[in-house]
Write a protein that binds this ligand. Structure first.
Ligand SMILES: Nc1ncnc2c1ncn2[C@@H]1O[C@H](COP(=O)(O)OP(=O)(O)OP(=O)(O)O)[C@@H](O)[C@H]1O
Ligand SMILES: [Mg+2]
Length: 493
C-alpha cells in the first residue's frame, strides 16, 4: 500500500532562475513528514515535480526504487501520488461532486454515472466534515469550504502518498482537528503523508519527521520529537531568530480616527460599533463565519451594508474600494488570489494598480513604477528572481507580501489587514509584525483580522471579538489571553 520516494539531485530552473539546486533525500513509506522552509525555499516546486505538475530540469525521482518520470498529474495519481495545492485548483462553475471527479469521471457504459459520483462525493465530504450538498457550485463556497473540497477531492483519489501544501491556512480549529483525524486514519492505512505548513505547532503535533529546505536546497531530515519549534525555525532561516513581536507601544490617546456606529451587513453582521485611534492597532478575532471579513467588506463597499462610518469626523458612504482608497482607507483581502492580486499581471502592475495617478505625470512613468517596485521588494523582503515576472510566479508567501505592499502603496490613514500573515514563513511574519507597528507609529489606524490568536495578542492594543455577526466583546491589553478570546468567540462566557 505505502510507497517510498527518493529525490536524487533534483534541479529546477524557471528560465534563467534556478530555484532547486540538486535536492536529494527520501520519504520512507507510511511516515508523516513535515516539509519546512521559508517562503520561496522551493517546497511547492519540489512537490509539484513529484506529483507530475512540473518537469524537473535535472536529476530524478524514484518511486519504490525505480526512476519515474510523470508527464502530468494523472500519471502521478495513477501511481498513487496526489498533491493538494496551496492555491486552490477548483473549477468555480462546476459543482462540488463534478470537481471531486474532474478528469476521473465515473461512467456507466458511455454515460456519466452521476448517482455514484454524487454518493461517493457525499461520503468524502462527510469524512472531511463539510456540510454542503455535492450539487453546490464551488463558486458559492467560502475559502475554508473550498479548502475542504480540495481535501475531499484528494481522498477520492485513493492516494498512497498524499502531499498537503498548507491545508490548514484557511481552516478553523475545529476543521483542522477533523483534518488531523483524517490524516491519522490515512496513516493507519499506510499512506505516506507530506505536510507543508508554516504553523510549527501543527507540524509538531502531526508529523513523525521534518524535512527542512532552504534556498532550493535540502538541509536536514530529523525526527520531529528531536527538535523544538524554535530549532525548526532556526533551521529554516539558517540563523538564530530573535523575538517574533516588537515590544508594544502604549495605547495612543489621540481622538478616534475611524468610527463605526450601528453597522449592519445583511446576513452577516448586526449592530456593530467600534472606533480606532490614530496609532492604534485593533485586532478582530472570531471563528470563521463570525462575519469579520464580511463586516469590513460591507464597510468598504465590497458588499451591501448600512450604518454610520466616519473617518476623522467625516461621514462616508463607500461604494467600492477605489472610493475607500480615495478617503485613505485600504483593505488587504484574505482572498489573495481572488480579490488581492491579479496573478496574471506583472509585479509592477500589481503594485501600482491602486495608486496609478501617483505614477502618471500625466502619463505613466515606468521608471518611477520600477523604482517603487524595487523599493517594495526591498522593504517587504519579496523574494523574486526577476522583477519582470508575473505575480503567479511568486511563491505563496511572497504573493502575500506583494499584496501587502500593494495596499500600502497609497499611504493610507486607515489600514485593514485581513489575515496578513496567512501562508507566510516565520521570518516574514516577524517582518510583517514590525511593519504593522511601523504603520501605527506613523499615525495610521490599523485593523488586523486574524485567526491566529497569538498574533492578535502579541501585536494589538485591543482586540474586538465577533460572534455570529455581533461584537461579543472588546478586550484591552490587560485582558488578552487565548482562553478569554476563545471563550468570547465561542460564547462560553
Ligand atoms: N512558474 C514559475 N516561474 C518562475 N519562478 C517560479 C515559478 N514557480 C515558482 N517560482 C519561484 O521558485 C521559487 C520557489 O517557489 P516555491 O513556490 O516552490 O516556494 P515555497 O517553498 O513553496 O514557498 P511558500 O512557503 O511561500 O509557499 C520562488 O522563488 C518562486 O518565485
Ligand atoms: Mg509553497
Amino acid at each position: 500500500m505505502s510507497l517510498t520516494v527518493e529525490f536524487r539531485k533534483v534541479t529546477k530552473s524557471f528560465g534563467p532562475v534556478q530555484v532547486l539546486h540538486g535536492v536529494s533525500f527520501a520519504f520512507e513509506p507510511g511516515r508523516t513528514y513535515g516539509l519546512l522552509g521559508e517562503n520561496g525555499a522551493g517546497k511547492s516546486t519540489l512537490m509539484k515535480i513529484l506529483a507530475g505538475y512540473l518537469e524537473p530540469s535535472g536529476g530524478e525521482v524514484l518511486v519504490d526504487g525505480a526512476p519515474r518520470h510523470f508527464r502530468n498529474s494523472r500519471e502521478a495519481e495513477a501511481a498513487g501520488i496526489v498533491l493538494i495545492h496551496q492555491e486552490f485548483n477548483l473549477a468555480e462553475d462546476l459543482t462540488i461532486a463534478q470537481n471531486i471527479f474532474l478528469g476521473h469521471e465515473k461512467k456507466r457504459g458511455l454515460l456519466l454515472d452521476d448517482d455514484t459520483m454524487r454518493r461517493e462525493a457525499a461520503q468524502v465530504l462527510r469524512q472531511v466534515g463539510l456540510q454542503a450538498s455535492p450539487d453546490t457550485r464551488v463558486r458559492q463556497l467560502i475559502v475554508a469550504e473550498k479548502q475542504l473540497v480540495e481535501i475531499a477531492k484528494a481522498l477520492a483519489r485513493q492516494a498512497r502518498l498524499l502531499v498537503m501544501d498548507e491545508p490548514t491556512a484557511t481552516l478553523t480549529p475545529g476543521e483542522t482537528q477533523r483534518l488531523f483525524a483524517v490524516m491519522a486514519q490515512l496513516k493507519a492505512e499506510g499512506v505516506t503523508l507530506v505536510y507543508i505548513s508554516h504553523k510549527l505547532d501543527e507540524v509538531e503535533k502531526v508529523t513523525d519527521e521534518v524535512v527542512v529546505m532552504r534556498d532550493g536546497r535540502f538541509v536536514t531530515r530529523q525526527p520531529t520529537a528531536s527538535l523544538t519549534r524554535h530549532e525548526m525555525a532556526n533551521l529554516m532561516v539558517g540563523r538564530e531568530l530573535s523575538d517574533l513581536f516588537p515590544p508594544k507601544d502604549p495605547p495612543p490617546e489621540t481622538p478616534p480616527l475611524l468610527q463605526v456606529r450601528g453597522f449592519r451587513v445583511p446576513g452577516w453582521a448586526e449592530d456593530v460599533s467600534f472606533e480606532v485611534r490614530a496609532g492604534e492597532i485593533l485586532g478582530f478575532a472570531g471563528l470563521v463565519g463570525a462575519g469579520r471579513t464580511e463586516l469590513f467588506e460591507g464597510l468598504l463597499g465590497l458588499r451591501p451594508g448600512e450604518g454610520e462610518l466616519q473617518v476623522d469626523g467625516k461621514r462616508l458612504q463607500l461604494r467600492n474600494p477605489g472610493e475607500a482608497a480615495n478617503e485613505g482607507i485600504t483593505y488587504l483581502s484574505e482572498d489573495r488570489k481572488g480579490k488581492g492580486l491579479h496573478v496574471d499581471f506583472g509585479l509592477r502592475q500589481n503594485l501600482t494598480l491602486m495608486n496609478l495617478h501617483a505614477y502618471a505625470q500625466p502619463w505613466l512613468n515606468p521608471a518611477r513604477e520600477q523604482q517603487a517596485l524595487k523599493e517594495a521588494v526591498q522593504s517587504f523582503g519579496i523574494r523574486t528572481g526577476d522583477l519582470e515576472q508575473r505575480a503567479s510566479a511568486l511563491s505563496g508567501g511572497n504573493q502575500q507580501k506583494l499584496a501587502l505592499a500593494k495596499v500600502l502603496q497609497p499611504k493610507p490613514r486607515v489600514v485593514v489587514l485581513d489575515e496578513p500573515t496567512r501562508g507566510v514563513d516565520v521570518g516574514a511574519k516577524r517582518d510583517i509584525y514590525f511593519l504593522v507597528q511601523r504603520l501605527a507609529r506613523e499615525g495610521q489606524a490599523v485593523i488586523v483580522i486574524s485567526s491566529e490568536l497569538v498574533e492578535l495578542i502579541g501585536l494589538c492594543h485591543r482586540v474586538a471579538v465577533m460572534r455570529a455577526g455581533r461584537l461579543a466583546a472588546t478586550l484591552d491589553q490587560a485582558g488578552l489571553t487565548e482562553e478569554d478570546l476563545i471563550a468570547h468567540a465561542t460564547g462560553t462566557r
